[in-house]
Design a protein around this ligand. Structure first.
Ligand SMILES: *Cc1c(COP(=O)(O)O)cnc(C)c1O
Length: 384
């Protein structure tokens, strides 16, 4: 690929995405595959990801956090199923009906509001009940189920939940999975209760990436992976558990690369301070490269004086603090660098590669946050 003219851009690999989708489809061959595209598709770019995922027949459904994201998916041409994971405000209900979205419900108020709105326009709405099994985030308890059953029966355009779901609290952060098993047992118990109340759901879904990869019994009718679609393991623990159970290691490939350019090259003498706060001081004559990206673009300020970038397959360390829109790197020992040369912030360059896990380690966070905070304003290009 010839590099774009931009000074800052994100590349998305169709081949890597196709590989990840195939791996996930194979791991849960009997379930429908729902891809999580919340948070601007984990920072990858919602519009571009919707277009790429539309090409892939294995993907039956998208899951979004907000109505706004889901509406964007429709506008970008997604005509398959969409499940809303987050809350729906009352003013958003007309959009839920117009765009044929399937909200996850966890309050009686929103269930009634949906029932009324659906009756008014005589359009059935598919809802999913979110069951509380121990994450203590969104979700309803077993004791509350009879009240929900009453509301379902009262509104003809609801009738019964289309789906029931839950979310695991401690599945990626550990290699021992007793808590996940406890949650799964509670989920199964609540499904039995729903059945006895006459509100048996048509589909059940519980599996994030870690559950999808490790536990067949969490798959049910639909799986909802996020991070693995984008080519990352949910955690080291998930990777270890997978390998210990005999799995192959090369089933996912990161699809995103983030690149910028050297927009200034300069020599600074020994003992010079670099950047805000004078946090870095050169010990010898140094050649600095200036990059036109900073924490505004999603290059975390906590990477200051810790990270390196890749210039023509070689490492160039970040010197001084990452600024809002600029970052300085040391290119002293990199022969042949020229103004305008591409710089890799995330992704492969020569035989080197920088992953979101690596940046997360430096920045004191997780790869999910590194990816989700990539600026939506950075141009995205699809490669291969
Ligand atoms: C984000 C999310 C997922 C996807 O999780 P990953 O760990 O990225 O696979 C699945 N279900 C719910 C409810 C989520 O919020």
């Amino acid at each position: 690929m010839t590099t774009p003219a931009e000074l800052n851009w994100i590349e998305l690999s169709r081949t890597a995405l196709r590989n990840n989708i195939k791996s996930l489809a194979k791991l849960a061959a009997k379930s429908q595959l729902a891809v999580c595209v919340k948070s601007n598709a984990y920072g990858h770019g919602l519009a571009e990801m919707v277009q790429l995922l539309s090409e892939m027949k294995e993907v039956a459904c998208l899951t979004c956090h907000s109505v706004e994201e889901a509406a964007t998916c429709r506008i970008e041409g997604w005509d398959r199923q969409i499940i809303l994971l987050g809350p729906t405000a009352n003013y958003e209900i007309p959009a839920v009906l117009e765009y044929d979205l399937e909200p996850v419900v966890f309050t009686l108020e929103s269930l009634r509001a949906l029932g009324k709105a659906a009756a008014k326009v005589e359009t059935p709405v598919r809802t999913h009940l979110k069951l509380e099994t121990g994450t203590n985030r969104q979700g309803i308890t077993e004791q509350e189920l009879p009240k929900y059953a009453e509301v379902y029966k009262k509104f003809a355009y609801l009738r019964r939940p289309y789906g029931a779901s839950t979310h695991f609290a401690n599945i990626e952060d550990t290699t021992s999975h007793e808590y996940a098993q406890l949650q799964l047992d509670r989920f199964n118990g609540m499904i039995r209760k729903m059945t006895s109340l006459g509100i048996k759901p048509k589909i059940r879904h519980t599996a994030c990436s870690a559950a999808h990869i490790l536990f067949g019994k969490t798959h049910f009718e639909l799986v909802r992976p996020g991070i693995s679609v984008y080519g990352y393991w949910p955690s080291k623990e998930t990777y270890l558990s997978y390998r210990l159970s005999g799995g192959k290691n090369d089933i996912f490939r990161p699809i995103l690369s983030w690149r910028t350019r050297l927009t200034q090259l300069k020599k600074v003498p020994a003992d010079s301070f670099i950047g805000y706060g004078c946090t870095y001081r050169t010990t010898s004559a140094t050649r600095l490269g200036i990059l036109p990206i900073g924490y505004f673009d999603g290059y975390a300020r906590s990477l200051s004086n810790l990270a390196y970038v890749l210039v023509d397959g070689r490492r160039a360390s970040v010197r001084g603090r990452v600024c809002m829109n600029l970052t300085m790197v040391d290119v002293t020992d990199i022969k042949g660098v020229k103004l305008g040369d591409p710089v890799t912030l995330l992704g492969e360059s020569g035989s080197e590669s920088l992953t979101a896990d690596r940046l997360a380690g430096w920045a004191g966070t997780i790869h999910y946050e590194i990816l989700a905070r990539l600026s939506p304003m950075t141009p995205r290009v699809v490669t291969d």
